[in-house]
Write a protein that binds this ligand. Structure first.
Ligand code: UT7
Length: 329
């Protein structure tokens, strides 16, 4: 028998109903639909008016279990990537397992901001490849509206709420996750950070008054690092695996800014029709962007397709995953 690989065998997304348009944002801060569209590619994003990150994850995972015919009692492990957990502890993965009835699973949260999904996917794949587990669920979820300052036009226009989840199962046909490159550089922390709420700056009246519980981003610097690193790591994984642009069927890029996506696709030599894009509908859902792309494009994916997933985010964190799609819808 050949090597066991970890393959995605189902994907499901969940988006809250409320649509926050660029025009509505233009009534809240000094911006315009034209500026947001040309600088980012975003037209609208979803906002979860009630409930927590776990509630979006419950919707996605219940849909995933139903769609793949999986009994919640058969799930071994849940890795949930988020920067907006329900609470600092217990983990949102624990809460999700309880709400969905995955009583035999253990789970944990993973913090890697916008790279959360690829970090979690690569980690979860190890438990399948060793033969230890048969069913691992990877969730990317963020309720960014809970940490965004809707008086700060440099951040509130970018982010939205959403969740995506995938099931990983063993594959012996050569499909599934074949390689990954993951990187981090903590010296970038000052450029994209939620300053308060942790042990470095516990909540206080002062931290609230100074609005330190909101995301702070130095957009230009993050943009520069994102363009360079996301493009480079995507090209690197192609070279490492002897892939040409003709071999790659899909780039699945983190949806932070259309200009970053274009630069990555250009560096990889990929035409626009091979690039998954849904940023115009959902904005940047942080850990949610990649599984939400897979969900939106699932029907176009064919067994054996070559995909490169790529992300860059706070930390800094970044990386790419090379996988072969394992099923036809
Ligand atoms: O997902 C994880 C990582 N995050 C990212 O990858 C985001 C990376 N950064 C970006 O996508 C972009 O930097 C932004 C979309 C955040 C900003 O776009 P930019 O082209 O880098 O704009 P900028 O910060 O250089 O600002 C250009 C101008 C400034 O005005 P002046 O100084 O030239 O007069 C800003 O004050 O645009 C102004 N500006 C705005 N104007 C209208 C900034 N935000 C807005 C706004 N509406 N919302």
């Amino acid at each position: 028998m050949g090597k066991i690989t970890a393959a995605i065998t189902g994907v499901q997304g969940y988006l809250p109903d409320y649509v926050l348009t660029n025009d509505e944002l233009a009534k809240m801060v000094d911006t315009t639909d034209e500026w947001i569209t040309t600088r980012t590619g975003i037209k609208e994003r979803r906002i979860q008016k009630e409930g927590a990150s776990s509630d979006m994850a419950v919707e996605a995972v219940n849909g995933l279990l139903k769609k793949t015919g999986t009994d919640p009692m058969d799930v071994d492990l849940v890795i949930l990537a988020t920067v907006t957990p329900d609470h600092p502890f217990p983990s949102t993965a624990n809460i999700l397992c309880d709400k969905v009835g995955m009583k035999n699973a253990w789970g944990f949260d993973l913090i890697a901001a916008c790279s959360g999904f690829i970090y979690a996917l690569s980690t979860g794949a190890q438990f399948i490849e060793t033969g230890k587990y048969k069913k691992v669920i990877i969730v990317g979820v963020d309720k960014m509206s809970s940490i965004i300052d809707y008086e700060d036009r440099t951040t509130c226009i970018i982010f939205g709420d959403g969740c995506g989840a995938v099931l990983l199962e063993p594959n012996n046909e050569g499909n599934g996750i074949l390689d990954f490159i993951l990187r981090s550089d903590g010296s970038g922390r000052e450029f994209l950070i939620q300053p308060a709420g942790g042990s470095a700056c516990p909540p206080s009246i002062q931290s609230v008054e100074e609005r330190l519980h909101y995301v702070k981003q130095e957009g230009k610097s993050v943009f520069k690092f994102a363009v360079t690193n996301m493009a480079e790591v995507s090209a690197e994984i192609m070279e490492k695996n002897n892939l040409t642009s003709d071999d790659v069927d899909w780039l699945v890029p983190h949806q932070a800014n259309l200009r970053i996506i274009d630069a990555t696709a250009n560096r990889m030599g990929l035409p626009a029709e091979k690039v998954m894009i849904n940023i115009e509908k959902y904005g940047n859902t942080t850990a949610g962007t990649l599984p939400l792309c897979l969900w939106d494009y699932e029907k176009q994916l064919k067994k054996g397709d070559t995909l490169i997933l790529s992300a860059f985010g706070g930390g800094f964190t970044w990386g790419s995953v090379y996988l072969k799609w394992a099923y036809n819808s």
